[in-house]
Design a protein around this ligand. Structure first.
Ligand code: NAP
Length: 290
């Protein structure tokens, strides 16, 4: 299958390009034209349409988004332009090119009071980021029959330059900097390679609709951070707990979050979703290989 990954220099896009290349004819675009990828700004509807109609993919994966949750809260117009209008531009282009579309969404579509959530639970986003991701979901579902909506959360990997949670912990620990982590946020950390493998299998199987794709371990951020430190050989006691309220971040966070994986697990045969130990052991092995 000919697959196009939009946002291929981001964390998830990077792993998708690597993983899908073994079984599919995959190409990608980036916002800034790095890593020799063609540049595509999804806010430019004409350019998006032109590019997708020229490449003629059978399936497009949209990972590009404004993912900084606090930035979205401070710049809602920008969040709307990228996460909603950008998604609509991609969906319209896929419709014209008769391509299927995978849209990446988030656990943040939920309020985070009653997790873990299944695909059938009613979304109720609290933040601008969550609202724009949900609006994107609705547009994609309304425009395209052949759509897959992937909800994920706390995606991590060994990826120098990325600010994912694992890399933030690694960078801080190696520099001897203080590490404070919220003790009241629960979710399912998700390894980026496992996410990419699982998505590849769902696309190959022709799945449509909403799927939660996350790691199978539901854990608080503080305990997750201590586990990472321990596995990296640092003292877990260096991690200090704080409450989310104490951090005074701009955007509200889902606290009692997490996503149920029964639907995806029932579908996945080749690439089961990983538990946290498997995910961390793989990540550290990846780090040692460099
Ligand atoms: N990472 C997570 O924990 C997580 C959790 C839940 C859901 N998700 C969703 O999963 C998807 C992938 O996340 P990720 O971790 O890979 O995010 P990421 O590393 O921040 O990558 C997103 C990419 O989108 C690009 N981008 C921003 N605006 C664009 C535009 N107008 N046109 C084209 N590209 C643009 C960014 O480029 P610049 O960096 O140059 O701006 C960045 O490379 C996103 O849709 C996100 O909402 C992620």
């Amino acid at each position: 299958m000919k697959i196009l990954v939009i946002g291929a220099e981001g964390q998830v896009g990077t792993f998708l390009l690597r993983e899908l290349a073994s079984s599919q004819q995959v190409s990608g675009t980036s916002m800034n034209g790095v890593e020799n990828l063609p540049r595509l700004d999804i806010c430019d509807a004409a350019a998006t349409n032109k590019y997708i109609s020229e490449i003629r993919p059978q399936h497009v994966v949209l990972t590009a988004a404004l993912t900084n949750v606090d930035q979205c809260e401070m710049e809602p117009a920008q969040a709307e332009a990228i996460n909603v209008q950008g998604a609509e531009n991609i969906a319209q282009a896929c419709k014209i090119a008769d391509a299927g579309l995978t849209y990446f969404s988030s656990e943040y579509v939920f309020k985070g009071e009653a997790g873990p959530y299944s695909e059938k639970d009613a979304p109720e986003p609290e933040s601008v980021y969550g609202r724009t991701k949900l609006a994107g979901e609705k547009i994609v579902a309304a425009l395209l029959e052949n759509h897959l909506i992937i909800r994920t959360t706390v995606v991590f990997s060994y990826l120098p330059g990325s600010l994912n949670f694992f890399m933030q912990l690694l960078n801080r620990a190696s520099r001897g900097e203080p590490i404070t982590v919220p003790e009241d946020q629960i979710g399912n950390p998700t390894q980026a390679r496992n996410l990419a493998q699982a998505l590849g299998e769902l696309i190959e199987s022709g799945c449509t609709g909403i799927y939660n794709l996350v790691g199978t371990t539901r854990i608080g951020r503080y305990d997750f951070a201590k586990k990472v430190m321990d596995k990296l050989g640092y003292n877990p006691g260096e991690v200090k707990p704080v409450t989310t309220a104490e951090l005074k971040q701009k955007a509200p966070r889902p606290l009692v979050g997490g996503l149920k994986t029964d639907k995806a697990q029932a579908m996945l045969k080749k690439h089961k979703l990983w538990d946290l130990d498997t995910a961390l052991d793989y990540t550290i092995e990846q780090m040692k290989r460099g």
